[in-house]
Design a protein around this ligand. Structure first.
Ligand SMILES: [Mn+2]
Length: 348
């Protein structure tokens, strides 16, 4: 047990402590966070591989009192160190992916080009390697009896974690907060693209009985088709429909209850920060106008919790600090989102 007698939750967060300024070691913490500094297939702006450290820094400023889950932090939260080799690999493969994307943007075809074919193979193998690494890391933590959360990185990062959870939980749902449907098959030729995460989850993890998407407002024909063809496994709450429902008199409470009613008993949350209004995440990789206030999503979490559903894991992804470093709102919002999900993970 951690000795909390010398820890003052009202005082400044000590740099020598771990995330949120908390004094728990990995062994002592009930919830362990795995940072995944990875952004290989991002299609627009970069920076999200630095997300975990930006969130960690901003988390020092989060006040520990949470009226929704009082004293949750006493269960212990701990973030593992950022793996430098994973980041290096990401930086290298990012350059390979960039060559391919530039070629595609110029109207080129990758299969005609031997060099780019090699690069594509390398990127896809790297994606598979990352999945295995995340799978191993999170499987080990789950075996030790830890609760686990993942901090990305781009949205491809949680695949191995969701796979690890599927070894333990025969049936669960995924609640995805996102501007994008992420249901593209091998976007830009990248099998493990951030834009393909939920396609891969649906195709490869049958234990995910239901995917419930919320806030979606940027999608293509292929994705709409997949949603329409899989009504039993995918329920999509488009941003436009949610807003129109509200314009016509529905309350947010009613919308949240509808969303939660689509989910099975066990729930995993996949939180792409771009699901929020871009004013709250201006530096994220692919911002889209529309989306939610933070309080709206927190109220959705509260509704989920109240319904008696069990939260079995979560990820937070696509947080990027951009050029403003510590001063950016992105990290500050990310840290608060992370704290709320940590608290609900340990809430009774
Ligand atoms: Mn996404």
């Amino acid at each position: 047990m951690t000795d909390l007698s010398k820890f003052d939750p009202n005082s400044v967060g000590l740099k020598s402590n771990n995330i949120f300024g908390l004094p728990f070691s990995e062994e002592e913490a009930e919830l362990v966070l795995l940072p995944v500094p990875w952004e290989v297939t991002i299609s627009y702006r970069d920076g999200t591989s630095r997300g975990p450290e930006k969130i960690f820094d901003a988390a020092m400023q989060v006040d520990l009192y949470d009226p929704d889950v009082v004293d949750g932090w006493k269960k212990g939260f701990h973030m593992l160190p950022i793996d430098k080799n994973i980041r290096k690999k990401s930086d290298f493969l990012r350059q390979c992916a960039q060559l391919i994307i530039s070629h595609l943007v110029e109207g080129g075809v990758v299969s005609d080009n031997e060099h780019l074919n090699e690069k594509l193979k390398e990127v896809n193998e790297g994606g598979a390697m990352l999945h295995s690494w995340v799978y191993e890391m999170t499987s080990n933590l789950l075996r030790e009896g830890k609760k686990v959360g993942l901090v990305g990185g781009d949205h491809s990062t949680p695949f191995g974690f969701i796979k690890a959870l599927s070894d333990v939980h025969p049936e669960f749902g995924v609640l995805q907060i996102d501007a994008h449907a992420d249901l593209r098959e091998a976007y830009e030729g990248f099998v493990h693209s951030h834009a393909s995460i939920m396609y891969n989850v649906i195709k490869e993890i049958p234990q995910v009985k239901k995917l419930v998407q919320v806030g979606i407002r940027d999608y293509c024909d292929e994705e709409i088709l997949m949603i329409r063809e899989n009504p039993d496994r995918i329920a999509t709450f488009f941003d436009k429909d949610i807003k129109e429902q509200q314009f016509e008199g529905s309350t947010w409470k009613q919308v949240c209850e509808q969303i939660v009613s689509e989910l099975p008993q066990k729930v995993y949350i996949s939180f792409d920060i771009d699901g929020l209004d871009p004013k709250l995440c201006p530096n994220t990789g692919t911002p889209v106008p529309g989306g939610f206030e933070l309080e709206q999503v927190f109220y959705l979490f509260k509704t989920l919790h109240k319904s008696g559903r069990e939260l079995i894991g979560f990820d937070l992804n696509e947080v990027s600090a951009g050029e403003h470093g510590l001063d950016s709102i992105d990290g500050i919002v990310g840290a608060r989102v992370l704290y709320k999900m940590c608290n609900y993970m340990v809430a009774k």
